[in-house]
Design a protein around this ligand. Structure first.
Ligand code: KG4
Ligand code: ZN
Length: 344
């Protein structure tokens, strides 16, 4: 395999870790196309059903790749490498993307690049931007809530994470309790618009340092709904917007307080957010307040690069390509693929 470094680097990237089949094609740091095929089948179940997710990926992967190639106007022989998400994620979903990437790598005789999904969420901040290093990034998705210290694109280390549920999952579960559709984050955001965020207060978890906990908040929310509904069966219906605004406000407060603590603890003022919850408008506003407080620069990816997407896999693999970090086709997916912990 020949690696050309003094020319444009064209990468075809596949992301299939959860319930979205996404394919992107990049030319150096520029994203030529980023297609996301959403799976609607999970809506009625209130969460992702792993078996259905992998079947949907199998249906979507070929048309999504064909469409990406067509839209990018890149011919297959121009592609320099194939990248895929190795983990973390759902085993069956990861396997579909990985198997397809391996087959493409073999048939096109192009190198293969494996990417950690959490690293990719962080590096989504490098699309259309040149971040100042080091920076601290808070990644908030459906499966994870994690704070990392980013020394450079090759050195991303965990400084805090959730000890139980993720913030995205809390949005999803609370939405389900309210009878709202999956994914719950956007539903709660939509229904919170005219609500009072101080209508209901919830206890904040007491977790030391930069770790998070959300399971207590979820129980707190459930108890409130159960207790109030005893005397008023229409409680949810009457107070929906206040409930949504209050739970959204509490989750965002917990997240931003920890990011604030991380800035002070590590004396690193450059900050970033990423992951599906970063699409939330109120969360974005809270980060902008933090930016003003510390007179610093906050990186916030565009919405299409916040939720799961293959553009973030493409940008991460661009950096790996430049340093020839290729992988063998014998590599296995890793549903629990972890990032390195920061060594103090
Ligand atoms: O990063 P992501 O697309 O997939 C995972 O890797 O998990 O994140 C999905 C999560 C879901 O929990 C979803 O409810 C949440 O992101 N989410 C939001 C919003 N959009 C997506 N949460 C709050 N507000 C939103 N606008
Ligand atoms: Zn994700």
């Amino acid at each position: 395999m020949s690696i050309k470094v003094n020319k444009d680097i064209i990468i075809l990237a596949i992301e299939s870790s959860c319930d979205d089949t996404s394919v992107a094609i990049s030319k150096n740091k520029e994203i030529l196309v980023n297609i996301v095929a959403n799976q609607k089948v999970h809506k009625e179940y209130g969460g992702v059903v792993p078996e259905l997710a992998s079947r949907e990926h199998q249906k979507n992967i070929v048309p999504t790749i064909s469409l990406a190639i067509k839209m990018s106007k890149i011919s297959k022989d121009q592609i320099d490498a194939i990248a895929f998400t190795r983990g973390p994620g759902l085993m069956g979903s990861l396997l579909v993307g990985a198997s397809f990437a391996k087959s493409l790598s073999i048939s096109l005789k192009k190198p293969l690049i494996e990417i950690n999904h959490m690293e990719a969420h962080v590096l989504a901040n490098c699309i259309d931007e040149d971040p100042v290093f080091p920076f601290i990034c808070l990644t908030v998705s459906g499966g994870h809530t994690q704070i990392v210290r980013v020394e450079n694109v090759n050195q991303i280390e965990v400084i805090g994470e959730t000890i139980d549920d993720s913030a995205g999952e809390t949005f999803d579960k609370c939405a389900k309790m309210l009878g709202l559709n999956y994914p719950g984050g956007p539903e709660i955001e939509k229904n919170s618009k005219h609500g009072n965020h101080l209508a209901f207060s919830f206890t904040h978890p007491k977790v030391d340092g930069l770790n998070f906990s959300f399971s207590g908040l979820k129980t707190n929310f459930m108890r409130l709904i159960q207790n109030k509904s005893i005397n008023n069966p229409s409680f949810i219906q009457h107070r929906l917007s206040d409930l949504c605004a209050s739970i959204q406000y509490t989750i965002i407060q917990i997240l931003t307080n920890k990011l604030d603590l991380a800035i002070r603890k590590y004396n690193v003022k450059n900050i970033a957010i990423s992951g599906g919850v970063a699409a939330n408008q109120e969360f974005r506003k809270a980060i902008i307040s933090l930016e003003k407080k510390y007179n610093t620069k906050a990186l916030i990816p565009k919405k299409e690069y916040s939720t799961d997407n293959a553009a973030m896999i493409a940008i991460s693999s661009y950096y790996k390509y430049r340093t020839s970090q290729f992988t063998k086709t014998s590599i296995n997916v890793d549903p629990r693929y972890k990032l390195k912990q920061y060594d103090q």
